[in-house]
Design a protein around this ligand. Structure first.
Ligand code: MGD
Ligand code: MGD
Ligand code: SF4
Ligand code: MO
Length: 711
């Protein structure tokens, strides 16, 4: 018998998991193998068929195991001694933290402690972090990075529909839509595995309208691209609404039967001037008309918004104006229709439903509502008065840190000194803390400043549920042992609570036990998970919330008969057209916007530690139009200082016709001197406290010229 010369490669492990990055939550199988005649291991990632991602993976999902298996993982707790972080035992680390918490509570009160969470945490960890803040610490100060992500669309959905779920329909409705509006959302780079849904819609004859200041990879599928001036989406939606009403394209019977507030909107729009709107948005009035008529005349349609529209100081109202469009044309509550806030982080949706937000309790219950407090208190086994009141939003918490009102900060699942606006102030504030604790897989820019760093498990190791952008709850099972001494977030919280003398409220032995309490705490709430169990999740391909009982199949398409407000009606609102929050001036003549690249994720902590992803984009850059570059004497590929009233950063120029002449674009994935957030504005939307990330007035100067001037 002939023997094969190929060495036999046997998989050492086959791990079934879920990509840790974006809100699609693609299912993945990672196979670990020995590289023959070497001590190294190789990994191969493949998509697993399931209802949301249909077996697809994007380049980030294909390479996610690289950061999880990287040598840069934190394997032991670290404590700062003589200004340096040095390895320590868990016992010492937890004692240091709980000892400090106890004295801080005694000397300054529980509200001197802040808790800062993230949308990458599982539902179980997010739920427990909220409970930990309120029950173990007794502080009102808890918020999370999703404030920068979902808050404008979440608050708009609540006001208009009475409920906030990323998509009001299923992904399966996308191919049934005859017109799709993609406003400030770059799906091709940010949720790439969803693109086939849109391609299918196009094959079925759908028209796609993209609203973005840049010609993005998503704009490549557009039939119509409105290359809008940043910060003017509310005005654009007013223009579209005006045309729809004037042309008699509103769905009068839907409006009459299912909504309220239309008359006020109508009289407001009568006063609107289309040519003024067009010039405010930097668009051609005819293009606005074409968009309005195409959307209104289609039998079915879906409007999506994401951070381009939402990360503005009028983000809440801008989304509400897009929702006005949805309601005016009756495109909701039936197949192929709806609205979608394209959620961002892996658990951006679930992370906001179960108590990480300053004003919310699990199940989307409100912290200032007496009966909501009483119900959650009964599940937690405490008196309602023991639940603290409403705290403040993420950036406001950083302001309290800078003012030294919050002196202790516990960060789990975020890198705030890179991702907050006005990053300089945030960094200065964190340096003034008495104690900064960071629980992470890596020594992030924020962790490097910490007094105690706790190593946590990664997606391959940590089981739990994640809720994707459709509101579909998915179970991610643990697939490999935790490396070194890393621990799960939930177990760290239980151990700390125990040391604070609150162990009786945190007796969980598994994430499933936590989920079972979450189910109960969410029962009867807006985001009702009661009917969802681990067993069901193992059998079914995810379950949509609300799911109030075990025999309920979950609700994919919302609002078939009524909206979630008590009277069942959706609410129109009047939205003013306005100029962007910061308009260019002689000193700061350009508008800086920012966003994402395909290969990197958020502050880049994970993707910059994945060699295959890091190699795709090694440093930050600024997209600038050739005419603008010429005006400011900027050559392609040279270092440019970008300066706003808050501060400056330095990146290379990338000269491209794909961006408006009055706008520059810089990705958000790098920290330090390349961090775009050194220049962004910390002004907040009054409704939801979303920072106006996406529009700042800036100047741009080649470093070459600055050096020549001796600056
Ligand atoms: N590859 C990758 N994917 C990701 C992430 C990542 O970091 N990398 N992050 C995840 C997360 S947490 C989120 S929140 C989502 C974000 O997903 P998106 O919101 O789609 O991402 P962004 O790139 O921030 O912004 C989208 C687009 O808005 C445009 N834009 C800027 N200003 C304006 C404006 O004023 N009006 C309009 N209409 N458009 C504007 C930008 O040019 C950009 O193309 O992506 C998720 N997926
Ligand atoms: N200029 C500008 N700034 C922005 C944005 C923008 O568009 N423009 N977008 C904003 C948006 S939408 C978002 S979502 C924020 C996000 O910004 P950040 O909150 O800083 O998000 P990440 O960079 O993902 O940091 C998450 C950290 O958590 C760690 N981590 C991952 N999984 C886990 C886990 O299970 N447990 C624990 N303990 N840690 C974990 C990662 O290693 C990483 O260090 O940035 C915001 N900032
Ligand atoms: S980044 Fe998003 S689209 Fe890409 S594989 Fe991960 S979950 Fe899927
Ligand atoms: Mo996000």
């Amino acid at each position: 018998m002939r023997q094969s010369l190929e060495p036999v490669i046997k998989p050492l492990a086959v791990m079934e998991s879920q990509c840790p990055f974006c809100s699609v939550q693609c299912k993945v199988k990672v196979t670990e193998e020995n590289i023959p005649e070497s001590s190294r291991l190789s990994y191969k990632a493949e998509g697993i068929s399931n209802a949301a991602s249909e077996g697809r993976l994007c380049v980030k999902g294909m390479n996610a195991h690289q950061h999880a298996t990287s040598a840069a993982r934190l394997l032991h707790p670290l404590i700062k001694k003589d200004g340096r972080l040095v390895p320590a035992s868990w016992e010492e680390a937890l004692q240091t933290i709980s000892g400090h918490f106890k004295s801080a509570i005694k000397e300054r009160g529980p509200d001197s402690i802040g808790v800062y969470g993230g949308g990458s945490l599982t539902n179980e960890a997010a739920y427990l972090l909220g409970k930990f803040a309120r029950v173990a610490l007794g502080t009102k100060y808890i918020d999370y990075n999703g404030r920068f992500c979902m808050s404008a669309a979440a608050s708009a959905g609540n006001k208009t529909f009475g409920i906030d779920r990323g998509l009001t329909c299923r992904l399966a409705d996308i191919p049934l839509a005859r017109c799709i509006v993609l406003a400030g959302t770059n799906i091709a780079e940010c949720q790439p595995t969803l693109m086939p849904y849109f391609n299918k819609a196009k094959e079925n004859g759908a028209k796609i309208i993209v609203i973005d200041p840049r010609v993005t990879a998503t704009a490549a599928v557009a039939d119509l691209h409105l290359q809008i001036r940043p910060g003017t989406d509310a005005a654009l939606a007013n223009g579209m609404l005006k045309i729809i009403l004037e042309e008699g394209l509103a769905d009068e019977s839907f409006v009459r039967a299912r909504t309220k507030g239309f008359e006020e909107l109508k009289s407001h729009l009568e006063k609107a001037d289309l040519s003024e709107i067009a010039s405010l948005c930097g668009l051609n009035a005819e293009a606005i008309r074409e968009a309005a008529v195409t959307y209104a005349q289609a039998d079915t349609g879906i409007i999506f918004t994401a951070r381009g529209v939402e990360q503005q100081t009028d983000g809440h109202m801008s989304v509400r104006n897009f929702l006005n469009l949805v309601l005016a044309t009756g495109k909701i509550g039936r197949e192929g229709c709806g609205y979608g806030a394209v959620t961002g982080q892996g658990n951006g949706q679930g992370g906001r439903e179960h108590g990480q937000k300053a004003d919310q309790l699990p199940g989307y219950r409100m912290i200032d509502n007496e009966s909501d407090r009483a119900y959650v208190a009964s599940v937690w086994g405490i008196a309602p008065e023991q639940i603290p009141g409403k705290g403040v939003s993420a950036y406001e918490m950083m302001e309290l840190v800078a003012k030294e009102q919050i002196k202790t900060l516990f960060v789990m699942g975020s890198n705030p000194i890179v991702s907050n606006p006005n990053a300089r102030l945030v960094e200065e504030g964190l340096r003034k803390l008495d104690l900064l604790v960071v629980a992470d897989m890596f020594l992030t820019e924020t962790a490097a400043l910490a007094d105690v760093v706790l190593p946590v498990s990664a997606y391959l190791e940590n089981g739990g549920t994640m809720t994707n952008l459709e509101g579909r709850v998915l179970l991610r099972e643990a697939a490999r042992p935790v490396p070194g001494e890393a621990r799960h977030d939930w177990s760290i919280l239980c151990q700390l609570a125990n040391q604070l003398g609150k162990g009786d409220y945190f007796t969980f032995g598994s994430s499933e036990e936590i989920f079972n309490e979450l189910r109960l705490a969410s029962r009867g709430g807006v985001a009702d998970y009661y009917g969802i169990t681990y067993d069901r999740l193992r059998r079914e391909e995810g379950i949509y919330w609300p799911c109030p009982s075990k025999d309920d199949s979950g609700t994919g398409l919302l609002f078939r008969e009524k909206f979630a407000h008590p009277d069942g009606k959706a609410v129109f609102t009047v939205v003013e057209s306005r100029s962007p929050q910061e308009t260019p001036s002689a000193d700061y003549p350009l508008t800086l916007t920012n966003g994402r690249l395909l290969a990197h994720y958020l502050t880049g902590v994970q993707t910059r530690r994945s060699p295959s992803l890091a190699a795709r984009e090694v440093e930050n850059f600024m997209e600038i139009n050739p005419r603008t570059a010429q005006k400011f004497r900027i050559e392609d590929g040279e270092w440019v200082e970008v300066r706003s009233r808050r501060g400056s950063f330095t990146v290379r120029s990338r000269v491209t016709k794909q961006i408006r002449e009055d706008t520059v674009f810089v990705p958000m994935h790098w920290g330090g001197a390349q961090n775009v957030n050194r220049a962004t504005t910390p002004e907040l939307d009054p409704f939801c406290k979303m920072p106006g990330f996406k529009t700042s007035a800036v100047s741009v100067r080649p470093v070459r010229l600055l050096q020549r001037e001796g600056r």
